[in-house]
Design a protein around this ligand. Structure first.
Ligand code: SF4
Length: 463
């Protein structure tokens, strides 16, 4: 808790703004959900405990999930009447976010608007400078930057000279130009007050791989221990820090108490610290928490011991970032894995009946259509339970975004056509559909499979 905050029951609204597409724009990463799966934003979730513990009245509005128009959302905000709004924005939805923010500031000139999201990673100063509706932005949602910023915004014009900048934050002081803090990423362990999951409409969210309902997601670390050069979450950008196992167990017990059955570990690589991951699995078993869960990991991180512990603790699906089957491409993008390692990891998972989902990037620099078709053949060969094929692009906060002119892809329209071929080849196989049907254990499994199938067909028809 920081001392400087005056507890005056000020209202903070955490806002996922409206949009015309199912945007997933949290954790500095942007996507459009392919099968209309939406989850509550982890950036905003992590702020809840910190704000509440420091005396703020916190509310959350997911205008995107509710399908509210910009006008409906403005009306709801008027009813809530907040002092501060923390709004999630993204490059993918910026054209809509900007239009909404302009209306929001016009309607609420006295409300302080704080942004979070990927647009601030490379060009935070410019984003604040060019967009007068922002009073500031935070570049880390896992620490108490938000408290320091609110404190500063509440005492505008009375600041102490020489103490202007706040680490991991950019803001204006009484309409001044942007005051830019240093980016300081903590290493080692970090603790946060338990996030308040039941502030979110948990039963209204849907997750691609969940096998039980309702699902909650949880973050046990922040950033990533690796440095793939297409990724904004890489260690050189966000750093890497972990939460103590006992803090996580406390959060899991609370999730159990509010009826959560399934978990999605949002860590970029579950098991990046193997010893800690095994300890966490053992504590989940010891406490008899009985969740089912899925997570992201890397093929070079998992081994037999870790997989056994994960399986016993309830893990049913692991999502691996594979990106390409081409070893040269994997080296070029600093993924530091190989096709052999991928095959080995998939065999280990299959042996334990753990489903294997893989994410691929279509058209990484230097890749031809032939390379891409090799990748989909590889996805079939290693027997992915699910595969997601995303088109390569330069995102803020990546190594590529520093020198975008040097990064060359095939033309976007060509990649879109190749992607459609890839999806048809992977998903429209009788063997694939049969394997998925065989895996159905619950009504929820059936619902998810159906929604996913419809999503894929709808996207193919649209394209
Ligand atoms: S391992 Fe995943 S999250 Fe980490 S830098 Fe690579 S792509 Fe990004």
């Amino acid at each position: 808790m920081i001392e400087t905050i005056t507890k005056t029951n000020q209202k903070v609204l955490l806002l996922n703004p409206p949009g015309t597409k199912p945007y997933l724009r949290d954790y500095f990463c942007n996507n459009i959900s392919k099968s209309k799966y939406l989850h509550y934003p982890v950036d905003l979730l992590l702020l809840t405990g910190t704000l509440k513990e420091n005396g703020f009245e916190v509310s959350f509005l997911d205008a995107l999930l509710k399908g509210y128009s910009q006008e409906n959302t403005l009306e709801k905000i008027k009813q809530i009447n907040p002092d501060y709004i923390v709004i999630l924005v993204g490059t993918i939805s910026w054209h809509e976010d900007k239009e909404f923010l302009e209306k929001l500031k016009t309607q609420n000139p006295n409300v302080k608007i704080i942004g979070t999201g990927d647009i601030f990673l490379d060009s935070g100063k410019e984003s604040i400078e060019k967009n007068a509706f922002f009073d500031g932005c935070i570049l880390d949602f896992s620490d108490n930057t938000i408290l320091k910023l609110i404190d500063r915004l509440s005492r505008q014009g009375t600041r102490d000279k020489g103490q202007l900048a706040i680490d991991n934050c950019i803001y204006r002081d009484n309409g001044s130009g942007p005051i830019v803090g240093e980016i300081k990423r903590l290493k080692g362990e970090f603790s946060i007050p338990t996030p308040i999951h039941d502030l979110f409409p948990l039963k209204e969210y849907r997750y691609a791989f969940s096998r039980n309902f309702p699902t909650a997601h949880i973050l046990t670390d922040f950033g990533c221990a690796f440095n793939c050069n297409f990724c904004p979450i890489r260690i050189d950008n966000l750093g890497f820090k972990v939460r103590p196992v006992e803090d996580i167990i406390k959060e899991l017990k609370y999730l159990k108490s509010i009826g959560i059955k399934e978990l999605y570990f949002r860590d970029q690589t579950f098991g990046a610290n193997k010893k800690r991951a095994i300890e966490l699995c053992e504590r989940i078993i010891e406490e008899d928490l009985q969740f089912t869960w899925f997570c992201f990991s890397r093929v070079d991180v998992i081994n037999e011991e870790l997989l056994d512990a994960m399986k016993k603790a309830g893990c049913h699906t692991i999502i691996f970032g594979i990106e390409s089957a081409n070893d040269k491409t994997l080296t070029d993008v600093q993924k530091r894995i190989s096709s052999e390692k991928i095959k080995h990891a998939f065999r280990l998972c299959k042996k334990r009946d753990i489903r294997r989902a893989a994410t691929f990037i279509i058209g990484l620099p230097g890749e031809t259509e032939e390379n891409i078709m090799n990748t989909v053949n590889f996805a079939i060969e290693i027997d992915c339970s699910f595969a997601s094929f995303n088109i390569a692009e330069i995102r803020p906060g990546t190594n590529w975004s520093k020198n975008p002119d040097k990064i060359k892809f095939l033309p976007r329209n060509e990649l879109e056509q190749i992607r459609n071929k890839v999806i048809k080849k992977f998903y429209l196989r009788p063997g694939y559909v049969f394997d998925r049907i065989k895996e159905i254990r619950t009504f929820h499994d059936m619902q998810v499979l159906l929604e996913e199938g419809l999503g894929i067909v709808a996207n193919l028809v649209k394209s």
